[in-house]
Design a protein around this ligand. Structure first.
Ligand code: NOJ
Length: 543
């Protein structure tokens, strides 16, 4: 077994986690100061969103020096201390590796831009104009063309994200070797691995308008493994919006020597209108959603591994998105926790999720920091959408929803900073905060803590086969896990209303392992479920 197979990973978005010096921006000493809290929760690793030098066009996902810490976040000594203090508590630090692109202020791009024959020119993707225009109509994820014209050299460069995030040219071997050197710098420091940002894009063929899953993608990953990861006990998780169960095996089959696992997003896109953008909303169909998640649960035997998550720094918060963050905030937050943490794979918790933090509501674009939302707002206004429609989409799907500061206590600015927070703290911090959650045995936090411990204590959660129950029920998500004569049954009602279900072939003797309504018994012929009720039972024998 690998350490990351029964691990739980906690994502820290450093800007919003904990400020230590009063500048309103979270920083590395702030994270170190909260390690005891994370140890109490029981997590094994932190996925640390970027802390490198960056002009912050995309909050650190535009890196200008991979081997320097952004002064806003601290120093390299602070980083070394975080790694060392984490190690003392059994918490590994997994770095964010953003190598599809750099910042336009990275030295490689500064050089590349100087002239067509500069030694770094080919580290990026340049094309001549076609009929005085961009080479083709590829678009950037942050709106507009993916090509920006460089006046000085008369060529366009490619950026699948903002114009300040030029794409690296993975065809260039010297560039690849420089990336591997940089990765080894971090691995030699003792980090626990990498989360690889939009890694399915690195093999792109821009002339053919092919961005994800280019023909050489897996060759590059194998080469990366050979030069960096091989022989090291680290985890890697690739961000792959395009992944299918088949392609996920290519990345994560241990025999192929590429990555440990990938983040797949199939279940994250089912509340959008197919073929449109994330802003074009549609009601979630629970049956479809259960099928998507279940497909991934049964996809792998020995030939791959799943990651499990409901939210991250790019998505809304789960309790607001699919739960009820008003009447049933606590129940629904625990319900989604139970549902996810008893599945097969490595669970990821996004900061604040463990206390049931909610989306925030904005009424004006001036409250928005995120480049993606801001660009979309202006583009859609021009296209004739109403302000109300656009702000509604941002309230539902905008990335700032997850980026408001962590709510630590009920003091001013939620204990996040003594200064002015870079993004406003949510007004509900007075009641939803870590201090409250720690002191209340019935809090969302304690359910998370319990679930993490259950995974450590019960190999059935890590290894058991998964079977979807009640596949056609539009309100209740139910599944079984089976492992060496042991059977777990998990039921979760994703509904504001009471539900009733019946299940066949259920164990008569069982133990209730986790519940969000103090349930102690189940009548399988007629299970009455409260709104967002979730529980799991464990039976010794498979009937
Ligand atoms: C995915 C990251 O999670 C997101 O925050 C970022 O904007 C893009 N990749 C570009 O790096």
């Amino acid at each position: 077994m690998k350490w990351w197979q029964n691990a739980v990973v906690y994502q820290v978005y450093p800007r919003s986690f904990q400020d230590s010096n009063g500048d309103g921006i979270g920083d590395i000493p702030g994270i170190t100061s909260r390690l005891d809290y994370l140890e109490e929760l029981g997590i094994d690793a932190i996925w640390l969103s970027p802390v490198y030098a960056s002009p912050n066009d995309d909050n650190g996902y535009d890196i200008s020096d991979y081997q320097a810490i952004h002064p806003e976040f601290g120093t390299m000594e602070d980083m070394d201390e975080l790694i060392a203090e984490g190690e003392k508590r059994g918490i590994r630090i997994v770095m964010d590796l953003v190598v599809n692109h750099t910042s336009d202020e990275h030295n490689w791009f500064v050089e590349a831009r100087k002239s067509k024959d500069n030694a770094y020119r080919d580290y990026y993707i340049w094309r001549d104009p076609v009929d005085g225009q961009a080479p083709n109509d590829l678009t950037s994820a942050f709106n507009g063309s993916a090509w920006t014209f460089d006046e000085d050299s008369g060529q366009y460069y490619l950026h699948l994200f903002s114009r300040k995030q030029p794409d690296l040219n993975w065809e260039n071997e010297r560039m690849r070797q420089d990336v591997y050197k940089m990765m080894n710098f971090w691995l030699d420091k003792g980090v626990g691995g990498f989360r690889l940002d939009v890694i399915d894009l690195i093999g792109k063929l821009p002339d053919e308008k092919l961005t994800a899953n280019g023909p050489k993608l897996h060759d590059y990953l194998k080469e990366m493994h050979e030069h960096t990861l091989k022989g090291r006990d680290v985890m890697t998780v690739g961000e792959t919006w395009s992944a299918t169960p088949d392609s996920a095996k290519l990345y994560s089959d241990p025999a192929r020597n590429e990555l440990s696992m990938v983040f797949q997003f199939e279940h994250m896109m089912l509340d959008e209108q197919p073929g449109k953008t994330k802003w074009d909303l549609k009601e979630l169909d629970l049956v479809e959603w259960k099928q998507a998640l279940s497909k991934w649960q049964v996809a792998f035997k020995e030939d791959g591994w799943n990651s499990l998550f409901w939210n991250n720094h790019d998505t809304p918060r789960v309790v607001s998105r699919w739960g009820n963050d008003d009447t049933y905030r606590i129940e629904s937050a625990k319900c989604f926790a139970i549902l996810l943490h008893l599945m097969k794979g490595t669970p990821y918790i996004y900061q604040g999720e463990e206390i049931g933090m909610t989306n925030r509501i904005i009424t004006s674009i001036d409250e928005v920091d995120d480049i993606e939302s801001r660009n979309m707002y202006h583009e859609r206004l021009e296209q004739g959408y109403s302000k109300e429609e656009i702000l509604h989409a941002i309230n539902v799907k905008g990335r700032d929803n997850a980026r408001t500061p962590v709510q630590w206590d009920s003091s001013e600015h939620a204990g996040f900073t003594t200064g002015k927070p870079w993004l406003a703290v949510q007004p509900n911090y007075t009641s939803i905060n870590v201090e409250q959650a720690l002191s209340d045995k019935e809090s969302v936090f304690h359910t998370y803590k319990q679930l993490i411990q259950l995974r450590k204590d019960h190999p059935a959660i890590v290894w058991g086969d998964y079977i979807l129950l009640l596949p056609d029920n539009p309100n209740v998500f139910a599944y079984e896990r089976q492992y060496q004569g042991e059977k777990w049954v998990v039921l979760a009602s994703i509904s504001d209303e009471k539900q009733k279900v019946s299940l066949d072939d259920m164990p008569t003797e069982y133990e209730v392992m986790v519940t969000n309504y103090n349930r102690s018994a189940v009548d399988w012929n007629s299970v009455d479920l409260n709104p967002y009720e979730a529980f799991a039972v464990r039976a010794g024998e498979i009937n």
